[in-house]
Design a protein around this ligand. Structure first.
Ligand code: ADP
Ligand code: MG
Length: 284
């Protein structure tokens, strides 16, 4: 391999979408004019209010929405090639873990390896992948537990392991922690960042939670609605591990909140007023 080759590969986005649009039926498009990139090992958070089209966009990027639908437009490239079907190296995680109740945790993880277009693995290699993935999410030796024996957090760890076992280059996660209690959610956010770094995957995380986006993301894309569009973007230059009480965190949160209010036109620019009130109280 030439010395330039690894650099060129490192520069190539994992996912590249250009001018995407999609709509259900013949009504208004859910989103349009959406262009975005996810670089290798990058965590991009897609943030937006309820109903603005985040889930629809994520499914479209995974090639799970029909590309012949009304308003369907644009191009998606995965590892430099046009995406014409769901890609075996893109793995999805949803708010609900979606485990099969009649399979134990290990078999649920293994189930992800049977999806269409997954390369077939020898039995030993398959078992190794399942065990590595369970260990990575902190469930080593617990593969024999059934979904009914798992807490919400453990079930979501199994869902993450099911995704990881496929050795994805991109994790597509749709509000994967929103059904969890605050403490478990914080643990899972840390785990996600650790896994993305250790397994050298990239991630596109959909969330409606500003703090989650800042805690987890290298970059944040803000989606406005009617129709959905990417209206702002931030690079999160805050060292890790991040804590929500750091000054840089608070400043970014206020900036995003103001942009979110403006994008969704709810109650005007209240946070911006609050910031101004602080500065105007100082003598000028
Ligand atoms: N399967 C569907 N059929 C028709 N409309 C849908 C469907 N799924 C979502 N929508 C509509 O598309 C819009 C965006 O939904 P969604 O992508 O779920 O938003 P978000 O994930 O940001 O909350 C909403 O108006 C929703 O009602
Ligand atoms: Mg959604």
């Amino acid at each position: 391999m030439s010395p330039q080759a690894p650099q060129a590969a490192a520069r190539q986005p994992v996912l590249e979408a250009r001018d995407l649009a999609f709509g259900y039926g013949k009504g208004e498009p859910v989103f349009e004019g959406v262009s975005l990139e996810v670089a290798p090992r990058e965590i991009v958070c897609l943030l937006g209010g309820s109903g603005c089209g985040k889930s629809t966009l994520l499914r479209t990027l995974a090639h799970l929405e029909p590309s012949h639908a009304s308003h369907a437009k644009g191009t998606i490239r995965f590892l430099g090639e046009a995406l014409t079907a769901p890609h075996p190296r893109a793995a999805l995680v949803f708010q609900q873990p979606g485990l099969l109740p009649w399979l134990d945790a290990a078999r649920n993880v293994g189930f992800g390896l049977d999806f269409v277009r997954q390369p077939k693995l020898e039995r030993a290699r398959r078992e190794q992948r399942v065990n590595e993935a369970l260990a990575a999410v902190g469930l080593a030796g617990q593969g024999g537990l059934f979904p009914s024996q798992l807490s919400g957090g453990m079930a979501q760890r199994v869902a993450l392991a099911r995704a990881l076992a496929r050795e994805p280059v991109l994790l597509l996660a749709d509000e994967p922690f929103s059904a969890l209690d605050a403490i478990t959610r914080a643990q899972m956010q840390d785990l996600l960042v650790e896994l993305v770094h250790r397994w050298q995957t990239a991630a596109l995380l959909v969330t409606h939670d500003i703090d989650e986006a800042i805690l987890v993301g290298d970059r944040i894309l803000l989606m406005g609605d009617k129709p959905g569009r990417i209206v702002r973007e931030w690079r999160v230059d805050i060292g890790r591990p991040r804590t929500a009480d750091a000054a840089a965190f608070t400043a970014l949160r206020l900036d995003i909140l103001a942009a979110l209010h403006a994008a969704h036109a709810i109650g005007g620019a209240a946070p911006a007023v609050a910031v101004e009130a602080v500065s105007s109280s100082s003598p000028s």
